[in-house]
Design a protein around this ligand. Structure first.
Ligand SMILES: Cc1ncc(C[n+]2csc(CCOP(=O)(O)OP(=O)(O)O)c2C)c(N)n1
Ligand SMILES: [Mg+2]
Length: 790
């Protein structure tokens, strides 16, 4: 659909065009200049930056949309934020925040005058200055857009449970080719027009990416239109390149789509019926590098991919380029836009809204300002009764699900807590949470559907990217959430995790950014218990990936049972500005700690399990049996029991690690133990057999600087797996109790004389196991029915 009305008077048209010119001028200035910001002197080489960095091509389009958003925010008193999918258009967004006055409020040094403009230009992509993208440093940004693909999911995450908010979401046509972006169009099926706000997606069809045309720009218009109709949107086209015509078209279209959004919301809110509407979407087809040089060195530049970055960069070497730059900058007629002090003219500045109506100062983009603590039920009320270690079994994540359901209920009024997952929430046994409010679903239902609800708070779509993007958007606008995922497939969002960790690291260094709730992952259906699925579903490597990131923002927890999982969950939901990775199985499994012990254990993060150890009297073990993760803990305790029976004189100390970061040196991670504390627990010189949930090398990576590192012998997942029995999985990876016993006798010098006999016994046991599982398809009864407390 195309709107042909011309709502702007000639004065309004002239002003909005002037506003756009100002933003474009400031964008080019940031890319090229370090002095002479208003071109009051002839441009010379000294005024030009020695290294020209940044992106021009996307910027005029972003500025165009920004100016037109300002117009409707003002005329219709909207509460809106701006998400620049092509975040490389940083100069444009920075320019707009400066024109609105916000930039100078946050950074008084960058004042609203010629001196401030000079600094504004110089700092961009300059050592000691600001990054080239719409980074955390940019007021009004909750989306850096450096890694493309997440704009739409972030926008929807921001407006869930924010009924008055509109997220203007610019999507690059290159960005729209990415997998995460493509799947995220479906977010409209999860948006409840009564309780949620609205997203206004603007597909920015400038035709090109870095060095290629884009698919969406070159496909026939009918196909493009059908594509978005198919996704459930109503596309409005704004196409052209003549600014006067385009301003009228854009203004008319903006008026139409805002009216449509308001009417959809009113209708749903008045009727109380939250059916899925067809939300409007704008397709803006305008030239890449619009208003820039048409040709450079005889080559097409405007309306072509050559304008993507710095359209010409030999300014210092080529006098023609210097002249081209001056002509280009002068084309914006800065003298008509800024007064003699270099201050933006008041009659133009007033086109933008004021105070927190400015998109650059919308508090939702600094979510910590709006963050409210969750009402937390006492997690001890959900405790599994554990009269003795190993006396009962429970499904840890099912217990966690009941707690999360009640967190959700306790915050029903605030509407600030949601759960996210790629269709695995029930499988990961958070069934109670689903039964609580249901899963969000706005489309058709049939009577047999299970807990689909228009106001459900459990968000499920089979796209890890979309789940992650929604949750990030939700958290960054000041709310809380938890993401559950199969352990192996969380790798799909490795890169999104990276970006969020970078965002948190940077924001924690910016004093006006307030802390937001942590991003919490439950990784379940983990490597050791992939009974249905086998090898493809076995990958515990996300932890290895996570620990690469700045230690101040990452936390990894491996609770061994339900009560420790509850304690860790409570802690994660109260924490701020972290990414908490919690790995825990969902199967019915041994429970070790009662709630009191669990709280103490989790508070310490690791500790000696005295009830499983027998070195209390001497205080000096022969061997330390360390474990992290539920299955390794089980195998360790089973190995300890064998050792007790076979070698009663052996002094064994059992250490369980919940908080993996305790292993790191304190200088490297705030949770790290002091070396002295590490020595107290792991001894200065005794063998440590460490059974670990994931790839064993990580234990060495975390402890390589520790005093007793040469005696640490780590076992873990060695990339062996298939669809087999639970015990066969640990055997395949040498993590089973029998291998652990063999490790002990090999490494404790005093056991040399017994080694051969014990090893033979263990090897025989492993042969019994092999034969039994192949014959019966199940683990041996002595394994399956094993109990610590016998
Ligand atoms: C996931 C990802 N892949 C690749 C890049 C490198 N990259 C930066 S900009 C760009 C082209 C983007 O094109 P488009 O989305 O159309 O933006 P615009 O034309 O508005 O600059 C690419 C490929 C990236 N930033 N992120
Ligand atoms: Mg493009």
């Amino acid at each position: 659909m195309t709107i042909e009305e011309q709502p702007l008077s000639s004065d309004e048209l002239a002003k909005i065009h002037a506003y756009w010119r100002a933003a474009n001028y400031l964008s080019v200035g940031q890319i090229y200049l370090m002095d002479n910001p208003l071109l009051r002197e002839p441009l010379t080489l000294e005024h030009v930056k020695p290294r020209l960095l940044g992106h021009w091509g996307t910027t005029p389009g972003l500025n165009f949309i920004y100016a037109h958003m300002n117009r409707v925010i003002k005329s219709q008193d909207l509460n809106a934020l701006y998400i620049a999918g092509p975040g490389h258009g940083g100069p444009g967004i920075v320019a707009n925040t400066w024109l609105e006055g916000t930039y100078s409020e946050y950074y008084p040094n960058i004042s609203e005058d010629a001196a401030g403009m000079r600094r504004l230009f110089k700092q961009f992509s300059f050592p000691g200055g600001i990054p080239s993208h719409v980074a955390p440093e940019t007021p009004g940004s909750m989306h850096e857009g450096g890694e493309l693909g997440y704009s739409v999911s972030h926008a929807y995450g921001a407006v869930f449970d924010n009924p008055d908010l509109i997220a203007c979401c610019v999507v690059g046509d290159g960005e729209a080719e990415t997998g995460p972006l493509a799947t995220s169009w479906h977010s409209n099926k999860f948006l409840n027009p009564i309780r949620d706000g609205a997203v206004l997606p603007i597909l920015h069809l400038n035709g090109y990416k870095i060095a290629n045309p884009t698919l969406l720009a070159r496909m026939p218009k009918e196909e493009l239109e059908s594509l978005f109709v198919g996704y459930g949107y109503k596309p409005y086209f704004v196409e052209g390149s003549d600014p006067d015509v385009m301003h009228q078209k854009m203004a008319a279209t903006m008026d139409a789509v805002i009216a449509e959004i308001k009417s959809i919301q009113k209708q749903a809110r008045d009727s109380g019926v939250p059916a899925r509407p067809t939300w409007p979407l704008i397709i803006l087809r305008s030239p890449k590098g619009w208003t820039g040089p048409k040709e450079v060195d005889g080559k097409k530049t405007e309306d072509f991919w050559r304008s993507h970055q710095v359209p010409f960069a030999a300014v210092r070497e080529d006098p023609e380029h210097l002249k081209l730059l001056e002509t280009w900058l002068k084309s914006y007629k800065a003298e008509e836009l800024f007064d003699e002090n270099g201050t933006f003219l008041a009659e133009l500045k007033e086109l933008a809204p004021n105070y927190q109506k400015r998109m650059s100062d919308n508090p939702h983009t600094n979510g910590g300002l709006l963050l409210r603590k969750l009402h937390m039920p006492w997690f001890g009320d959900y405790a599994v009764d554990v009269p003795q270690p190993g006396a009962v079994k429970a499904e840890a994540t099912r217990v966690q699900g009941t707690f999360l359901r009640d967190v959700m209920n306790a915050n029903a009024k605030e509407q600030n807590f949601r759960l996210f997952g790629p269709d695995e929430t029930a499988s990961n046994r958070w069934g109670a949470a689903i039964e609580g409010t249901g899963r969000t679903w706005l489309d058709a239902t049939i009577p047999e559907d299970d807990h689909l609800a228009t106001d459900g708070r459990v968000m499920e779509i089979l796209s890890e990217h979309t789940c992650q993007g929604w949750l990030e958007g939700y958290l960054l606008t000041g709310r809380h959430g938890f993401f559950n995922c199969y352990e192996a497939f969380i790798h799909i969002i490795d890169s999104m995790f990276n970006q969020h960790a970078k965002w948190l690291k940077t924001t924690s260094e910016i004093e006006w950014r307030r802390p937001v709730a942590s991003l919490n992952y439950l990784l379940s259906s983990h490597v050791w218990r992939q009974d249905h699925n086998g090898f493809s579903h076995q990958d515990p490597g996300f932890i290895d990936h996570v620990v690469n990131k700045k230690s101040s923002v990452i936390r990894v927890y491996l609770p061994p049972d339900a009560n420790t999982l509850l304690s860790v969950t409570d802690h994660c939901l109260r924490s701020r500005n972290y990414i908490n990775v919690v790995v825990c199985g969902k199967q019915n499994a041994e429970q070790w700690l009662d709630m009191d012990a669990a709280i103490k254990h989790c508070t310490a993060g690791l500790g000696v399990w005295d009830w499983a150890s027998n070195d209390q009297e001497t205080g000096e073990p022969d061997v330390v049996m360390a474990c992290a993760g539920d299955v390794p803990t089980l195998e360790t305790l089973a190995a300890v029991k064998i050792l007790r029976e076979l070698l009663p004189e052996l002094k064994v100390r059992v250490v369980n690690v919940v908080n993996l970061m305790k292993l790191m040196p304190q200088e490297e991670h705030p949770h790290g133990l002091l070396d002295r504390e590490f020595e107290d627990i792991f001894t200065p010189d005794k063998p440590v057999i460490f059974a670990y949930h994931g790839y064993p090398w990580l234990i060495h990576r975390l402890t390589y600087r520790r005093p007793n590192h040469s005696n640490i012998h780590a076992r873990g997942y060695k990339e062996e797996g298939t669809t087999s029995t639970p015990f066969d999985m640990v055997v395949m990876n040498d993590l089973d109790r029998f291998h652990l016993v063999m490790d002990v006798v090999k490494r404790v010098p005093a056991l040399r004389h017994r080694a051969v006999y014990v090893q033979q016994m263990m090897r025989d046991k492993l042969i019994d196991h092999q034969q039994y599982v192949r014959q019966h398809g199940d683990d041996m009864p002595e394994i399956r029915d094993w109990k610590w407390s016998d």
